[in-house]
Write a protein that binds this ligand. Structure first.
Ligand SMILES: [Zn+2]
Ligand SMILES: [Zn+2]
Length: 274
C-alpha cells in the first residue's frame, strides 16, 4: 500500500517538537521525498532510510523552510558513498537554485575529495516541472498541480497514485480550487495549516503592526477555519494537517477543521504514518 509518513510537520520558526516541512511517500522500496525542511536527514533515518538510500526529492516551492536541508541531503549521501545522481524535481528556478547550492558546497566537496581515491563529485539531476503527470516509478504515478501561494509562483502540490491508494501533498497554499480538483476522493489529503494568528512580531520584521503581518501572511496560507472546507469540497477520505506553527494547539486546530469536514482529521505529528 502507498504509505505517507509526515517527517516534519513544522513551519519556519524552529520548534523542537516539529521539524521543518518534509513528507515521505513510499510504495514498497520506492520512495519519494516531498520537500527538505530543517532536520529532514535525521527524520529520514528515523523513518528507516539511511543516507546511502536517501531518495529523489520533489520540491513544492523554494521558500527556505521547504529547501533548507537540500544541501544536507546532497552532500551527506555522497559522503557516505552514494555516487548515483540525486534526482531533484521542482518548479522553474530549481536548476539555478541547485547550481548555487553546489557552488556553496564546492569547497567542502574539494577538500573531501582531496583525500579520497579518484572520487567523482556529487551529481544532481534536476528536472523542472509543469502541471500534470511528471513521472512513474515503482508502480506509482506522480503528478504535480498548481497551488496558490502568491507571490511564490509557480508553487506546486503533488498527487501520488499507486498500490490502490491516492495521496495528495498540498505544499503551501491558500484554499485552492485547483487543489480540490486534484484531490478529488483522495484517500489521504495532507494539507498545510499555517496558523498566522500564532505568529510572532518584532519591530523591523517588515510589517508595522502584527495585525498587518497576520493579514498578509494568512492570505497565502490556509487557516484552521478554512481547512475543513478544502477537505470537504475535495471529498477527501481523510485529512492530515501539517505545517503547524509552534503556538498552534492541535486540539483547537482539529476542532476548527471538523466544523467544516465530517471525515477523519489527523493533526500531524512528526513521523506519523498517515
Ligand atoms: Zn511557502
Ligand atoms: Zn512553508
Amino acid at each position: 500500500m502507498l504509505r505517507a509518513v509526515l517527517l516534519g510537520t513544522g513551519s519556519p520558526p524552529p520548534n523542537p517538537k516539529r521539524r521543518g516541512p518534509a513528507t515521505l511517500v513510499s510504495l514498497g522500496a520506492e520512495h519519494f521525498l516531498v520537500d527538505a525542511g530543517s532536520g529532514v536527514g535525521a527524520q529520514l533515518v528515523q523513518a528507516g532510510l539511511r543516507p546511502y538510500d536517501w531518495p529523489r526529492v520533489l520540491v513544492t516551492h523554494h521558500h527556505s523552510d521547504h529547501t533548507i536541508d537540500l544541501g544536507h541531503l546532497v552532500i551527506t549521501r555522497w559522503i557516505v558513498g552514494q555516487n548515483a545522481p540525486l534526482e531533484i524535481w521542482g518548479p522553474a528556478g530549481t536548476r539555478r537554485q541547485v547550481e548555487k547550492l553546489l557552488d556553496y558546497l564546492a569547497w567542502d566537496i574539494e577538500v573531501r575529495r582531496a583525500h579520497m581515491h579518484e572520487r567523482p563529485p556529487p551529481e544532481v539531476r534536476v528536472t523542472e516541472i509543469e502541471e500534470g503527470k511528471i513521472f512513474e516509478a515503482g508502480g506509482v504515478t506522480v503528478s504535480a498541480f498548481l497551488v496558490e501561494h502568491d507571490p511564490v509562483k509557480p508553487a506546486f502540490g503533488f498527487h501520488f497514485d499507486g498500490g490502490g491508494r491516492r495521496v495528495v501533498v498540498s505544499g503551501d497554499t491558500r484554499p485552492s480550487e485547483n487543489l480540490m480538483r486534484w484531490s478529488h476522493h483522495a484517500d489521504c489529503l495532507i494539507h498545510e495549516c499555517c496558523e498566522m494568528a500564532k505568529t510572532s512580531w518584532y519591530p523591523g520584521c517588515g510589517w508595522p503592526t502584527i495585525e498587518e503581518k497576520i493579514r498578509d501572511l494568512a492570505s497565502y496560507h490556509t487557516q484552521p477555519d478554512q481547512i475543513g472546507r478544502v477537505a470537504r469540497e475535495a471529498r477527501a477520505k481523510k485529512l492530515a494537517i501539517t505545517h503547524l506553527m509552534p503556538g498552534s494547539d492541535p486540539a483547537e486546530v482539529k476542532a476548527a477543521a471538523e466544523k467544516g469536514y465530517g471525515g477523519p482529521v489527523l493533526v500531524g505529528e512528526d513521523l506519523m504514518d498517515v
